[in-house]
Design a protein around this ligand. Structure first.
Ligand code: FAD
Ligand code: FES
Length: 276
């Protein structure tokens, strides 16, 4: 990532920071212009940390949330570690929202199956909460979430509310549980949850987001459930620079992840070798 942003970002201020796990924090951000971000679930922003550079980060809050928008950030490198060192009142730059996002209007009236692995919950959370806040517009909602261990659970309080409410069927699993940690739920990879769910394949549309290794196996299980390829939507990550279709960094075959994605219909990309 370059130190200087490619395009001029808008000024923004961090208004709250919340620690979720050892490596992940949620930042509430306000644009200094006073405008709302005006995003769709699944879109991302380019976050500029002065002196460090830019990184694409999904907007994790739903557009139905009033006030500041939220980013859930895992500290992995230059920009994200710098962001984790910032505090309430510090300034950053924001470009966007960018990308296509999920078409919430198209999903209206349909059953929804959300499959989130690890940090993949960050972009899907925006869509899930949008659907929860407009619950009467959607059919049956099922959410499956998997992460490495109970210590890696993101948005734990919110997961508990989803699990206890009747707005959706919710299941969670962890790959493994350390001996000194209490966990009374599923243990195993997320794909193991799919055979147990009850879906009407023709009426169900799935939104999937997780680490690259997850997609192939989740798609296999969704096919076992006879969910058609064009009912499967995947949010894909690629290394990005401009975020607006100009630099070519994020190319996937004939597509640019930043403008044609990050949300892709599986039927459009299943033949593209480097996509999955
Ligand atoms: C659309 C989109 C949405 C995203 N949403 C989120 C989100 O909500 N939350 C979040 O935490 N992250 C998200 N990411 C991922 C995030 O943008 C990356 O992790 C980004 O690289 C972090 O920037 P950094 O400067 O902190 O890390 P970097 O310094 O870029 O390093 C990140 C990792 O990539 C490795 N790396 C560095 N350069 C290369 C290279 N050229 N090729 C391969 N690997 C390399 C590093 O070793 C390190 O492990 C998203 C990415 C995309 C494209
Ligand atoms: S990031 Fe530049 S074209 Fe997609």
């Amino acid at each position: 990532m370059s130190e200087k942003p490619l395009l001029e970002p808008g000024k923004a201020t961090i208004v709250s920071v919340r620690r979720l796990t050892e490596g992940e924090r949620v930042f509430e951000i306000e644009l200094d212009s006073g405008e709302s971000l005006g995003h769709e679930p699944g879109q991302f922003v380019q976050v500029y940390v002065p002196g460090f550079g830019e990184a694409p980060i999904s907007i994790t809050s739903s557009p139905t949330k009033e006030g500041p928008f939220e980013l859930c950030v895992r500290a992995v490198g230059n920009v994200t570690n710098a962001l984790h060192s910032l505090e309430v009142g510090d300034n950053i730059g924001i470009r966007g929202p960018y990308g296509n996002g999920f078409d919430v209007g198209f999903f209206e009236g349909k059953d929804m199956l959300f499959v989130a692995g690890g940090l993949g919950l960050a972009p899907l959370r925006s869509l899930i909460n949008y659907v929860v806040d407009n619950r009467e517009d959607y059919g049956k909602v099922t959410t499956l979430y998997g992460c490495k261990t109970p210590l890696d659970l993101l948005f734990e309080g919110e997961l508990k509310r989803w699990e206890e409410s009747d707005v959706m069927d919710f299941s969670v699993t962890v790959d493994k549980c350390p001996v000194n940690v209490t966990w009374n739920d599923n243990v195993g990879v997320i794909t193991e949850l799919i055979p147990g769910i009850d879906v009407d394949p023709e009426g169900t549309y799935s939104a999937v987001c997780g680490p690259p290794v997850m997609y192939k196996f989740v798609i296999q299980e969704l096919k076992e459930k006879e969910i058609p390829d064009n009912h499967i939507f995947l949010s894909l990550e690629r290394r990005m620079r401009c975020g607006v279709g100009e630099c070519g960094h994020c190319q996937i075959g004939e597509f640019y992840a930043c403008i044609d994605g990050p949300v892709f219909n599986y039927s459009d990309i299943k033949g593209v070798e480097e996509a999955l």
